[in-house]
Design a protein around this ligand. Structure first.
Ligand SMILES: [Zn+2]
Length: 107
């Protein structure tokens, strides 16, 4: 199974559409897929339509082009305005996995 590329770097990804999350959900040996229903604290959101694959944290509020070491105010999360919206936080403590859903895809 080929997974989509993570366009917004090394973070915890969430989606508002389960069909997007499903693309990142490999089935186990019995065909069972697993995903979480999560609450995510987005805080101050940086919104983009560009791929930013090198992100390890949200951009600084001065919008430096590279990983910023000059400023100390950063956005809290990044929202990718792609075909399906992606929400990314770079600190797992900003996510609360509320439910685990296990399902099988019926062909
Ligand atoms: Zn900066």
């Amino acid at each position: 199974m080929n997974f989509p590329t993570l366009w917004l770097g090394a973070g915890v990804y969430a989606a508002e559409e389960a069909s997007l999350s499903h693309k990142y959900t490999p089935p186990d040996s019995q065909g069972l897929c697993t995903m979480f229903v999560m609450r995510v604290c987005l805080g101050d959101v940086f919104t983009t339509q560009n791929k930013m694959q090198n992100l390890k944290r949200p951009p600084c509020k001065e919008l430096c082009q590279t990983t910023c070491i000059l400023h100390n105010e950063f956005f809290d999360s990044v929202v990718g305005e792609f075909q399906q919206r992606e929400f990314v936080v770079y600190d797992g403590a900003k996510c609360y996995p509320e439910y685990v859903i296990e399902y099988k895809v019926i062909q």
